[in-house]
Design a protein around this ligand. Structure first.
Ligand code: DAH
Length: 352
């Protein structure tokens, strides 16, 4: 019996020498210390031994069991340490390897242009006023002095939103210009003190929508910047001064502006304004043709519009202007096609 135990111990220790990982160690434990291992069978057979043999064999079996358990614990610890060492070596950070490139985002050229204009007009005391993109016909046209059926509506190809024939004379539209914001703003300001409405000096940025046949110069959606100043004694020279100052702040102190008589229902008199071409200095080039770049529309706010906004045209006057942001960005960055702005082509966007 005692020899048998020595054999068991020897076999176990030999087998342990070949164990290289946790799984093999567990298999070893089951084989040599598990319920049906030879060692446990010795314990089970103790009852059948003689009185003299029993304590001797029992003691020896216990020794063997303790010894094997101690080796098991030591081996387990050894394996854990080896695994840790291996992982530290294999996963060591090599700080000399090149990093993974994280692409940096940037602002859309249109947003950059808008922000530059906010700065320019902010310096002149204009506040940004935001207004809705989905409008009623009333705000987009009627209150701006385009009555139903007025031919000037033809200047603005419009998306009408079909509302089941309801509101036939006041359908919902995607705003065709930022000018309806003038009415919202004037009504909000004048409501603060209807007898003595406060002066207004705001810019109204935002997306506008037109049912366009798109080409290099026309998109069905684009950003506009509208300006509105209302107060006692505001004159056309204030308008010219403001827009000329804008041109100088954007394009340099030599920039000149030009005003050409025009028509808009919501201004009287009305003018289109041009900035002298900064590419050719006004000599005339492929971009401008005759030396001037057409920027937008402007004029003195029509008395009907002032009244619709809650301002008495006998006491108040005002000027307004509006132009496309992309138009200015195209001039500034020499962009040849307006459709590039919303195509989300990184080759274009990454240039700004
Ligand atoms: N709303 C006009 C358009 O989109 C632009 C415009 C012209 C705005 C004259 C104005 C203005 O405020 O006074 O075509």
């Amino acid at each position: 019996m005692l020899e048998n135990l020595t054999e068991i111990e020897k076999a176990a220790l030999e087998a342990l020498g070949a164990v290289r990982d946790e799984a093999a160690l567990e298999a070893w434990r089951v084989a040599f210390l598990g319920r049906s291992s030879p060692l446990m069978q010795v314990f089970a057979g103790l009852g059948g031994l003689s009185k003299e043999e029993r304590p001797v064999v029992g003691q020896r079996a216990n020794e063997v069991k303790k010894a094997l358990e101690a080796r098991l614990a030591a081996k387990s610890e050894e394996l854990r340490a080896a695994a840790l060492k291996r992982s530290l070596e294999e996963e060591r950070l090599d700080v000399t390897l090149p990093g993974r490139h994280l692409p940096r985002g940037r602002l859309h050229p249109d947003t950059q242009m808008l922000r530059e204009l906010y700065r320019v007009f902010g310096e002149m005391g204009f506040q940004v006023y935001r207004s809705r993109e989905v409008e009623s016909d009333e705000y987009n046209f009627q209150l701006l002095n385009f009555p139903v059926g007025h031919p000037a509506r033809d200047m603005q190809d419009t998306y009408f939103v079909d509302a089941d024939g309801k509101d036939a004379d006041n359908p919902t539209v995607l705003r065709t210009h930022t000018s309806p914001g003038q009415i919202h703003a004037m009504r909000e300001y004048s409501a603060r003190d209807p007898q003595n409405p406060p002066p207004v000096r705001i810019i109204l940025p935002g997306m506008v929508y037109r049912y366009e046949q798109t080409d290099a110069r026309h998109e069905m959606q684009f950003d506009q910047l509208e300006g509105l100043a209302v107060g006692p004694g505001i004159t056309f020279s204030n308008l010219k001064g403001t827009l000329t100052d804008m041109a100088r702040r954007l394009f340099g102190p030599q920039a000149r502006t030009r005003f050409r008589a025009s028509f808009f229902p919501f201004t009287e008199p009305s003018a289109e304004f041009d900035i002298e071409c900064f590419l050719c200095g006004g000599k005339g080039c492929a971009v401008c043709g005759g030396g001037w770049l057409e920027i937008g529309g402007s004029g003195m706010v029509h008395p009907v519009v002032l009244r619709n906004g809650g301002y008495d045209p006998k006491r108040y006057t005002g000027f307004a202007f509006g132009f496309g942001i992309q138009r200015i960005a195209m001039l500034k960055y020499h962009i040849s096609d307006i459709r590039l702005f919303w195509q989300n082509d990184l080759r274009f966007l990454e240039q700004f």
